[in-house]
Structure formats: structure tokens, C-alpha cells
Design a protein around this ligand. Structure first.
Ligand SMILES: Nc1ncnc2c1ncn2[C@@H]1O[C@H](COP(=O)(O)OP(=O)(O)OP(=O)(O)O)[C@@H](O)[C@H]1O
Ligand SMILES: [Mg+2]
Length: 346
């Protein structure tokens, strides 16, 4: 890779929020900080999970800048942003003529990130086939470009992020189990902002400084009533939503008007929450009814197939793994051990 290209993937730690801002003061986030310390000098893959806007990319960048790979590139690939057909060549590169339009050899991001960190965002969106090729890289450290024969060594540390429940995706057959265990060596689950509301004042201060600098305005003070309201909102969009709120406050220069808007939001939300609470029992009843119907259907299919779970899964047009998951979910026994037509509880 040319020196220029590699330079463009360097992270300046000054562009990241300070450590105290990133991790704040709650026990859960402090534990994540300690876990990061344990893996800084290793090459272990890291899986960062958390709702959208909780700072997964910020944490991945932080980890890279503190690791012994900090002088090498940090390369990000958003698996959801690129069509599946192009993702493989983006990641592993291609050789001339490997497909229409490939008119020259091209390195992939694994090569560009050499000796550094490869950040695979939204990993849950990666196709099954490509998951297999990524598994090969993680297992053997090697890969080939599309259309190439030469085996290349990939010397990258892989950090993955996702806002879906990967464990559940494994259970429903949407994500490879073998890859899951490879990438989930060190697991960091970031808190939602509603679970770290004590950090809101410090985060506001940081965003006020950052945005004022960006918009070339003087740094405003938030009035205490507004600050109190900010702590009442649950921030479904997490830190990104708070950051946007502060940007609007700075641009409009009127945190009181925005505070009033927030107050309405909080009140509407509270009204909604109590309505949802009332609806809760109805939802629970319909969930129960679905579960009863599902277990009856599965039980019938199991009996018809003499408790052969693979055949049953085929007949029900579901993966074997999903069937086991469903059995557990609806409380049916996992296997048949009885002699007189009754399944055992084990
Ligand atoms: N701890 C933090 N301190 C300051 N700013 C933060 C922090 N975490 C996130 N941000 C800011 O919030 C925004 C969202 O962060 P980021 O992109 O890392 O979240 P994400 O979890 O990757 O979101 P998504 O799931 O949508 O990709 C960014 O603008 C980022 O700068
Ligand atoms: Mg992200």
C-alpha cells in the first residue's frame, strides 16, 4: 500500500471524545473500559454490541488508538451499506478480469488495513457465503482475492459491531454459529443512554463544546430546567440523538424553546407508556395464544415423524437449529425418551 493511502486511514486520537466522556461513570461502562485494557496488547477479535447510536464505532476507534496497532491503519467497512455482490471484492480484493468491470488488480480492505484494525460494522448483514470466507481468514489468517490463486496472509485485528442480537440470529439460522464463536471472543455490550442518564450532564458539556467549535459559535450554557428535562427523556436514538439535539440548540440559539419541545415529548411519551402498560396484558394474551398454537403444531409434526427432529424441521420448513430453539421457547422437551408415547422432560 502506498504511504499516502495508508496515512488516510490513521486516526488522530484528538478527534475522539476523551476517555471519561466515552465511558462515563456507570459500573457497566467502566467494566467495558477495564475489559478493553485486557485486550489491548492481544490480537483477539472483539464484538461490540449495542443499540443504534450508543457509540460502537467510537469505542472501536478508541480501542484501536490504545492498542499496539495504533500506528497502522484503522479501516471500516459497513456491511449493510454495500450490495452483497460487491462486498467480497471490497473486503478481499480482486484480480484483473475476475468479473466484468474488474479491469485491474485491486487490493481489498484486509490488505489496506495490513497490521492494523479492520472494523466490520453491521456484521449481521453479511451474506452466508462471505461469512464463510471471513471465517477462513480468522481461522487460518489467509485468504485469496476474487479470481486470484495466490494465498495471502491477512494480518489484521478484526473488530465487529452490530445492533441486532447475533446470538438470536445464530439460533434462527441467519448467522453462522462457527463464525459467531470466532468473532465473539471478547464481547462488549454498550449501554443504552437511558441506562446511563447520570452521564448526560458531562455528555452535554462535551457536545456543547464540540458543536460550538464546529459551528463557530460561543459555547452556550444549558439552563438547569432544560438539563433536568434532558434527563427525563429516554433517548431512543441514544448518544446520536442527544448530539443532534445539542446541535439544534446551538444553531437555533434557544435551548428554552427546545426545552419546551422536549417537555411535550416527555409528556407524550409518559402518556404512551401508561397506555402501553394497559395494552401489555392484551399483548401477553395474544403471545400466549400464538405460543400454544405453535407448540401444538410442532408436537403434531414430531409425533408424525416419530420424534425425528431433523425430519420434523424439514417438514415444517425450518432449520434444525430453529426447531430446537422453538422447542425450548414453547417449553416442549428436546428429545423423545419415553416408551409409552410420552416424551421425556430432558
Ligand atoms: N461516548 C461518546 N461520547 C461522545 N460522543 C459519542 C459517544 N458515543 C457516541 N458518540 C457520538 O454519537 C454518534 C453515534 O456514535 P457511533 O456512530 O459510534 O454509534 P453506533 O453505535 O456505531 O451507531 P450505529 O449503530 O447507528 O452505527 C457519533 O456522532 C459519535 O461521535
Ligand atoms: Mg456504527
Amino acid at each position: 500500500m502506498s504511504a499516502d493511502l495508508s496515512q488516510s486511514f490513521r486516526i488522530d486520537p484528538a478527534d475522539l471524545p476523551g476517555e471519561a466522556v466515552i465511558f462515563g461513570s456507570t459500573t457497566a461502562m467502566r467494566e467495558i473500559r477495564s475489559k478493553i485494557d485486557c485486550v489491548l496488547s492481544s490480537d483477539l477479535p472483539v464484538l461490540i454490541q449495542g443499540e443504534s447510536g450508543t457509540g460502537k464505532e467510537v469505542v472501536a476507534r478508541f480501542l484501536h488508538t490504545r492498542s499496539n496497532r495504533c500506528d497502522a491503519p484503522f479501516v471500516k467497512l459497513n456491511c449493510a451499506a454495500i450490495p452483497a455482490s460487491l462486498l467480497e471484492s471490497e473486503l478481499f480484493g480482486c484480480e484483473k478480469g475476475s468479473y466484468t468491470g474488474a479491469n485491474g488488480d485491486r487490493p481489498g480492505l484486509v490488505e489496506i488495513a495490513d497490521a492494523g484494525t479492520l472494523f466490520l460494522d453491521e456484521i449481521g448483514e453479511m451474506s452466508w457465503e462471505l461469512q464463510g470466507k471471513l471465517l477462513g481468514l480468522l481461522q487460518n489468517g489467509s485468504y485469496t482475492r476474487i479470481g486470484g490463486h495466490e494465498e495471502r496472509m491477512g494480518r489484521v485485528r478484526v473488530i465487529c459491531a452490530t445492533n441486532i442480537d447475533l446470538q438470536e440470529a445464530v439460533e434462527t439460522g441467519a448467522f453462522r454459529e462457527d463464525l459467531f464463536y470466532r468473532i465473539d471472543v471478547v464481547s462488549l455490550r454498550l449501554s443504552a443512554l437511558r441506562d446511563r442518564k447520570t452521564d448526560i450532564p458531562q455528555l452535554c458539556e462535551y457536545f456543547l463544546q464540540k458543536m460550538s467549535h464546529e459551528f463557530r459559535r460561543s459555547i452556550p450554557q444549558l439552563n438547569p430546567v432544560t438539563l433536568h428535562l434532558l434527563k427525563q427523556w429516554d433517548w431512543p436514538g441514544n448518544l446520536r440523538e442527544l448530539e443532534n439535539w445539542i446541535s439544534r440548540a446551538i444553531i437555533l440559539g434557544d435551548d428554552e424553546a427546545l426545552g419546551a419541545e422536549l417537555k411535550r415529548q416527555v409528556e407524550t411519551n409518559n402518556a404512551l407508556a401508561s397506555r402501553q402498560h394497559r395494552l401489555g396484558s392484551l399483548n401477553e394474551a395474544s403471545r400466549q395464544a400464538t405460543s400454544t398454537a405453535t407448540s401444538a403444531l410442532i408436537l403434531k409434526a414430531l409425533q408424525a415423524n416419530h420424534w425425528n427432529r431433523r425430519k420434523t424441521a424439514e417438514e415444517l420448513n425450518m432449520s434444525y437449529r430453529s426447531l430446537l430453539y422453538r422447542l425450548r421457547d414453547v417449553g416442549l422437551p428436546q428429545r423423545w425418551r419415553g416408551h409409552r408415547g410420552r416424551p421425556s422432560a430432558h
